[in-house]
Design a protein around this ligand. Structure first.
Ligand code: GRG
Length: 302
């Protein structure tokens, strides 16, 4: 699996499977917690996410010679945080979505109160998993402490939650590309930056290597989000069987809304190259998988 000649698709699929297996075993049993809470957590955690963030933790650790086993608890933690954010984002008080990944949203199945609690429990379970990386896999305590602090910052008010709040407040009318970039940076890039730095911390990265991973993650996260916005429009066009008119596009304030589709596609390319250059310039010994992941994300169609 570590053989660089295996394709990036195989790498991603095999690592996603390892993450799935670890996540499946990680939740408290129905004996320990109310069965419906466990079911509600499990429902969203096992709903078919791409597992990109945990794969980034694992790939970053491997790029610096760290082991998969020691990185797995933190890989699980970031997927738990990502899942909680989606469960809460879908709630009636936020996006009010009925479907995610082709399945009914958590609150549609378990009710709003249980969906809120499941999100809370997924988030707190993430910190339990981070602590386990020291207790069960011997990751040095000072590295786990750094990971804990960065997770709290990058997932919290200064990170993803702040981005979500800015997005909500901006719904009244975003007028500048800088405002949208702020939202994307915090809503999307921050968890990606966390994933890469956490993998680095586990493998004992230097400050300079961590900085390169941050730069890579920041640019890649923005590229990922712009690509998401482009795919959204392409998806809408496929459903309608015709191009989305500019007044219809205007309902969603995204990069394509501000600069058009073609320039957005160029931006994805530019940011991906910028991300890759940060790694190539660094002294990270085995950056190949991370570089391949960047290309894979730029070319993805879902
Ligand atoms: C509720 C605190 C709170 C935050 C919500 C994650 C989020 C913030 C909102 C969801 C909507 C959105 C477009 C977020 C940007 C990040 C993003 C592109 C999420 C989707 O990530 P994927 O494609 O999802 O990795 P899967 O389904 O593969 O896990």
């Amino acid at each position: 699996m570590n053989n660089i000649t295996s394709t990036i698709h195989t790498y991603i699929a095999s690592h996603a499977e390892l993450v799935e297996a670890a996540l499946r075993q990680s939740l408290p049993t129905a004996w320990e917690v109310p069965a419906s809470l466990r079911e509600s957590m499990d429902y969203s955690l096992m709903a078919g996410g791409k597992r990109l963030r945990p794969i980034m933790v694992l790939a970053a650790a491997e790029s610096l010679g760290g082991s998969l086993e020691s990185a797995m608890p933190v890989a699980m933690a970031i997927e738990l945080v990502h899942t909680y954010s989606l469960v809460h984002d879908d709630l009636p008080a936020m996006d009010n979505d009925d479907y995610r990944r082709g399945k009914l949203t958590n609150h549609k199945v378990y009710g709003e109160a249980m969906a809120i609690l499941a999100g809370d429990a997924l988030l707190t379970h993430a910190f339990f998993c981070v602590a386990q990386s020291h207790k069960r896999f011997g990751v040095p305590a000072e590295r786990v402490l750094a990971i804990t602090e960065e997770l709290a910052v990058l997932a919290g008010a200064r990170g993803m939650v702040g981005g979500q709040a800015a997005d909500m407040l901006g719904e009244q009318g975003l007028t500048k590309l800088e405002e949208l970039t702020y939202i994307h940076t915090h809503k999307t890039s921050d968890l990606i930056v966390f994933s890469l730095r956490a993998g680095g911390h586990i493998a004992g990265a230097s400050e300079a290597q961590l900085e390169a991973l941050s730069e890579f993650g920041h640019a890649l996260g923005l590229a990922f989000q712009i690509q998401d916005d482009i795919l959204d429009i392409i998806g809408d066009e496929a459903k309608l069987g015709k191009p989305v008119k500019s007044d219809e596009k205007q309902q969603k304030v995204t990069f394509p809304y501000f600069i058009g589709m073609e320039a957005s596609e160029q931006k994805v390319q530019e940011l991906t190259n910028q991300a890759k250059e940060a790694l190539i310039r660094s002294n990270i010994p085995n950056p190949e998988r991370l570089l391949q992941i960047a290309d894979y994300l730029m070319k993805r169609d879902h």
